[in-house]
Design a protein around this ligand. Structure first.
Ligand code: FAD
Length: 413
């Protein structure tokens, strides 16, 4: 396929609806355009047939030039599947062009494996803030997300300055709108099922069979919560039962509350919650995790301890009314906190081999760097506590800066 010349009347047909089209805006009188021409020709000769190179003479084709706001020449626009992805002004090297289109990475079937600077697995606050920072740093980002955020059950998110009380859906809507405003960030709305490491690269495979290649990897897949199997719990979780007092304690202040936790952290939770409500019942769900001194101290504050198992949460439209115990007794409660077991939402440890920390999250340094070169993690995937939107977002931002530093060091030699 040779370089083709488009006119205003033919431009739209010439831009491929599938695959990559490199469009060069030029003029015969322009010196830099003449210097760039042989680079484009060489790039076109070496490129796989699935990449098309099109030239547009700006003097003869004012409609197309103004449609793409060409103020200076040469300008190159990379189109993917008919949509403009990148716009670069000035002379580019062959290497620049290859990096922009990923033409060096073509699989056996001739399909392009786009090599992104970074693949982000998980588009919650951690992944989104990382995508924002990397997009602003002009890095190409493949942002994978299968839309199952941890806080989906709750009606409002709290404690994130300027967004206190926002619904999780609205938080994500604003975040995606901001992030996808940066042209080098691409949302790939699929579940990632496999990640393999090749020589200094990562191949990311989705449940739909799509695969891409990336130079760096950021895992921000979050957590999965596992609860004791108690009828009624799921109905109330996110409306009147929660797991984090900092997130939802204010909304339950001064109410009759129950704390259900099977681990020794229940004592800490009881002390913590006392600021939000003095009307507390602590339940260990059939486990003996409190010692006598702790029970004594709780009793001195009029905090009742129940060591029986909970058999049912009784509520209406998610609002807790009563809690039933194994001996059949019921107490009136309007809300409470429950400690689930936390597991990573997705694990790629088998193929990547990163170390995990004491909470089962991916062990990282302060820049989100894991024990495996090129692999970063942030948000709930890296640390279970403290588990908050703003920590996740901050972790994503730090990891993005770590990744950008590494890419810069590799490229600027
Ligand atoms: C009921 C409840 C209420 C909460 N309330 C608050 C609150 O008020 N304030 C607050 O600050 N925090 C709150 N939190 C905590 C907060 O939700 C988390 O700390 C935060 O969401 C963590 O962000 P993250 O980006 O690490 O993970 P998540 O927000 O969980 O995002 C992870 C994303 O990765 C995607 N993903 C996972 N695996 C894959 C895969 N294999 N392929 C592609 N995509 C994948 C998921 O679909 C998801 O979109 C609450 C949590 C719960 C459970």
């Amino acid at each position: 396929m040779a370089i083709q010349h488009a006119k205003d009347s033919t431009f739209r047909q010439m831009v491929q609806t599938e695959g990559i089209t490199v469009v060069n805006f030029w003029a015969p009188w322009c010196g830099p355009c003449r210097m760039f021409a042989p680079v484009l020709e060489e790039f076109e000769k070496e490129a796989n047939d699935s990449i098309k190179v099109v030239k547009v003479n700006v003097d003869e084709n004012p409609v197309t030039s103004s449609q793409f706001q060409i103020m200076s020449i040469p300008t190159t626009i990379i189109f993917k599947d008919g949509q403009p992805l990148y716009k670069e002004i000035g002379i580019l090297s062959k290497g620049d062009l290859q990096q922009l289109v990923g033409s060096k990475y073509i699989n056996k079937k001739g399909e392009i494996l786009l090599t992104y600077d970074c693949a982000i697995i998980g588009g919650g606050p951690a992944g989104l803030n990382a995508a924002l920072v990397l997009g602003r740093a002009r890095r190409s980002v493949a942002l994978f997300d299968n839309s199952q955020p941890r806080n989906a059950v709750t009606h409002a998110s709290h404690g994130f300055i300027t967004r206190d009380g926002v619904t999780p859906a609205e938080f994500r809507r604003i975040a995606y709108e901001e992030v996808l405003g940066y042209p080098s960030v691409e949302l790939l709305p699929w579940e990632v099922t496999e990640i393999h490491r090749t020589d200094h690269r990562f191949v990311v495979v989705t449940s739909t069979g799509k695969q891409i290649e990336a130079r760096k990897l950021l895992i921000t897949t979050g957590l999965r919560e596992i609860f004791p199997d108690i009828p009624g719990l799921r109905d109330c979780y996110g409306t009147s039962l929660f797991s984090c007092p900092y997130c939802d304690g204010w909304e339950l202040r001064d109410q009759p509350l129950i704390v259900v936790s099977e681990n020794s952290g229940v004592f800490h939770m009881a002390k913590l919650l006392y600021t939000w409500s003095k009307d507390l019942v602590i339940c260990t769900n059939g486990h003996a995790v409190l010692d006598n001194d702790q029970k004594q101290l709780l009793k001195s504050r009029n905090i009742e301890v129940v060591e029986q198992a909970v058999t049912m949460f009784i509520g209406y439209e998610g609002k807790l009314r009563q809690v039933e115990f194994a001996d059949g007794t019921r107490i009136e409660r309007t809300g409470g906190f429950i400690t689930p077991e936390w597991k990573p939402k997705a694990s790629f440890q088998g193929s990547l081999g990163y170390e995990v920390n004491e909470f089962g999250g991916i062990a990282t340094n302060e820049w989100g760097k894991s024990s495996v070169p090129g692999v970063y993690a942030a948000g709930d995937a890296a640390y279970v506590m403290p588990s908050q939107l703003i920590y996740a977002a901050a972790g994503g931002s730090k990891a993005a800066i770590g990744i950008n530093m590494e890419l810069t060091e590799e490229d600027f030699v």
